[in-house]
Design a protein around this ligand. Sequence first.
Ligand code: 9UX
Length: 72
Amino acid sequence: TTAKALFSVTGMTCSACAASVEKAVKRLPGIREAVVDVLNNRAQVHFYPSFVNEETIREAIEDAGFEATLIR
Ligand code: 9UX
Protein backbone atom coordinates (compact mmCIF):
# COMPACT_ATOMS: atom_id res chain seq x y z
CA THR A 1 0.00 0.00 0.00
CA THR A 2 1.20 3.51 -0.70
CA ALA A 3 0.87 6.76 1.19
CA LYS A 4 1.02 10.29 -0.09
CA ALA A 5 2.74 13.31 1.40
CA LEU A 6 2.57 16.88 0.22
CA PHE A 7 5.38 19.25 1.15
CA SER A 8 5.84 22.95 0.83
CA VAL A 9 9.37 23.52 -0.48
CA THR A 10 10.93 26.94 -0.45
CA GLY A 11 14.14 27.99 -2.13
CA MET A 12 13.45 26.44 -5.52
CA THR A 13 13.95 29.17 -8.07
CA CYS A 14 14.40 27.21 -11.29
CA SER A 15 13.56 23.87 -12.84
CA ALA A 16 17.04 22.56 -12.07
CA CYS A 17 16.26 23.11 -8.38
CA ALA A 18 13.07 21.11 -8.82
CA ALA A 19 15.03 18.35 -10.53
CA SER A 20 17.49 18.11 -7.66
CA VAL A 21 14.66 17.87 -5.12
CA GLU A 22 13.06 15.13 -7.17
CA LYS A 23 16.35 13.29 -7.47
CA ALA A 24 17.10 13.56 -3.74
CA VAL A 25 13.69 12.13 -2.85
CA LYS A 26 13.78 9.34 -5.43
CA ARG A 27 17.17 8.24 -4.12
CA LEU A 28 15.53 7.13 -0.86
CA PRO A 29 14.26 3.57 -0.50
CA GLY A 30 10.50 3.14 -0.64
CA ILE A 31 9.65 6.01 -2.96
CA ARG A 32 7.12 5.25 -5.67
CA GLU A 33 6.85 8.68 -7.26
CA ALA A 34 7.92 12.25 -6.62
CA VAL A 35 6.47 15.21 -8.47
CA VAL A 36 7.85 18.67 -7.86
CA ASP A 37 5.97 21.81 -8.82
CA VAL A 38 8.46 24.66 -8.80
CA LEU A 39 5.89 27.38 -9.56
CA ASN A 40 3.77 26.50 -6.54
CA ASN A 41 6.62 25.40 -4.23
CA ARG A 42 5.16 21.95 -3.75
CA ALA A 43 6.46 18.41 -3.76
CA GLN A 44 4.04 15.50 -3.88
CA VAL A 45 5.50 12.14 -2.94
CA HIS A 46 3.97 8.67 -3.13
CA PHE A 47 5.78 6.24 -0.88
CA TYR A 48 5.68 2.85 0.82
CA PRO A 49 5.26 3.53 4.58
CA SER A 50 7.01 0.32 5.60
CA PHE A 51 10.23 1.64 4.05
CA VAL A 52 10.21 5.39 4.52
CA ASN A 53 8.25 8.10 6.31
CA GLU A 54 7.36 11.77 5.91
CA GLU A 55 10.13 13.02 8.17
CA THR A 56 12.84 11.09 6.33
CA ILE A 57 11.58 12.50 3.03
CA ARG A 58 11.46 15.99 4.50
CA GLU A 59 15.05 15.66 5.71
CA ALA A 60 16.21 14.48 2.28
CA ILE A 61 14.75 17.64 0.76
CA GLU A 62 16.45 19.75 3.42
CA ASP A 63 19.76 17.97 2.83
CA ALA A 64 19.45 18.91 -0.84
CA GLY A 65 19.46 22.55 0.31
CA PHE A 66 15.78 23.53 0.51
CA GLU A 67 13.34 24.29 3.30
CA ALA A 68 10.60 21.68 3.44
CA THR A 69 7.41 21.60 5.49
CA LEU A 70 4.87 18.78 5.54
CA ILE A 71 1.46 20.10 4.52
CA ARG A 72 -0.44 16.80 4.69
MO1 9UX B 1 17.91 26.46 -9.39
MO2 9UX B 1 20.38 26.92 -8.94
O1 9UX B 1 19.05 27.19 -10.35
O2 9UX B 1 22.24 27.18 -8.87
S1 9UX B 1 19.53 24.97 -9.43
S2 9UX B 1 18.68 28.36 -8.62
